[in-house]
Design a protein around this ligand. Structure first.
Ligand code: CA
Length: 235
C-alpha cells in the first residue's frame, strides 16, 4: 500500500520534530515547512494527502493558507492550535479546515485526528453514496440504511431531528463538527444560528445514549466549538 504523505507547517522546531518522528514511525511520508511561504510552495509542488498547520507562523497567519488552499483543493487540513483559542478554531473550521488538535497533544490523539480526516476525505472521493456502512463504536451501532440505532441489543428511539444530529456526527466520526454546521445540516442553511435548540436536543440524545451523560462515551463536547463523535472502530 502506498504511504500517505503528510506536510507539517510549523515553526516551533520541537513540535515539528515530535510530529515528524511519530508519523514516520507510523509509516507516513513526512515533509516539513518552517513558514507559510515555504508551506504553500510545498502544497503546490507535492500535493500532500494531509496538511498539519500551525496558525501562528512567522510570515503569515495560517488562516491565509487555509483560504488560499481551499480555492483549489479539498486536501484535509488539521490545525494545530493553542488550548484556549476557541474563536480561532471556529474561524479556521469556517474557512475550510477539517479539524484541529490542541497543544499539548499526545501521539495517539495526533494519529486519531489524521486517521479520521483521511478516512473522511477518502469516503468523499470514492463515490459510495449508495451504501454507507454502519457506524460502530463500543456497544453502539448506527445503521444508516435502516435508520436504526442500537446499543447492545437495545433499539434506541430517536426523534427525526435527533436522528439527523446523530447521523451527521457519526458520518463524520472522529472529527469535530461546529455548532453552525450541525445546525445548517439539520435545520437547513437559513436556520437561526442559535445554539440553544441544538443544546436541548443534545441533552435529550445523551440521556438516551450515554450511561452517564456527564461522562459521555459516544458524543463529546468541544467547548465553544462543537461536538465530536467517538471514532468509528471498524476499518
Ligand atoms: Ca507558531
Amino acid at each position: 500500500m502506498p504511504k500517505f504523505s503528510v506536510l507539517i507547517i510549523e515553526d516551533e522546531k520541537n513540535i515539528q520534530t515530535f510530529m515528524s518522528k511519530v508519523l514516520k514511525r507510523h509509516d507516513y511520508r513526512v515533509t516539513c515547512a518552517d513558514n507559510g511561504t515555504q508551506g504553500l510552495e510545498l502544497i503546490r509542488s507535492q500535493c500532500p494527502d494531509i496538511i498539519l498547520l500551525d496558525l501562528g507562523l512567522p510570515d503569515m497567519n495560517g488562516n491565509n493558507i487555509i483560504s488560499e488552499v481551499r480555492t483549489w483543493t479539498s486536501t484535509p487540513i488539521i490545525v494545530i492550535s493553542a488550548r484556549t483559542a476557541e474563536r480561532e478554531k471556529v474561524t479556521a473550521l469556517d474557512l475550510g479546515a477539517d479539524d484541529y488538535i490542541t497543544k499539548p497533544f499526545g501521539t495517539s490523539e495526533l494519529l486519531a485526528r489524521i486517521r479520521a480526516s483521511l478516512r473522511h476525505s477518502n469516503r468523499l472521493r470514492t463515490d459510495e453514496t449508495l451504501y454507507i456502512r454502519p457506524y460502530r463504536h463500543g456497544e453502539m451501532t448506527l445503521d444508516f440504511s435502516k435508520r436504526l440505532l442500537t446499543i447492545g441489543k437495545k433499539e434506541i428511539h430517536l426523534t427525526p431531528i435527533e436522528y439527523k444530529i446523530v447521523a451527521c456526527l457519526a458520518q463524520n466520526s472522529g472529527k469535530v463538527i461546529t455548532y453552525a454546521s450541525i445546525i445548517s445540516e439539520v435545520w437547513g442553511p437559513y436556520a437561526d444560528s442559535d445554539n440553544n435548540i441544538l443544546r436541548v436536543n443534545m441533552a435529550n440524545i445523551r440521556r438516551k445514549l450515554e450511561r452517564d451523560p456527564a461522562q459521555p462515551e459516544y458524543i463529546f463536547t468541544e467547548v465553544g466549538v462543537g461536538y465530536r463523535m467517538a471514532e468509528d472502530e471498524e476499518e
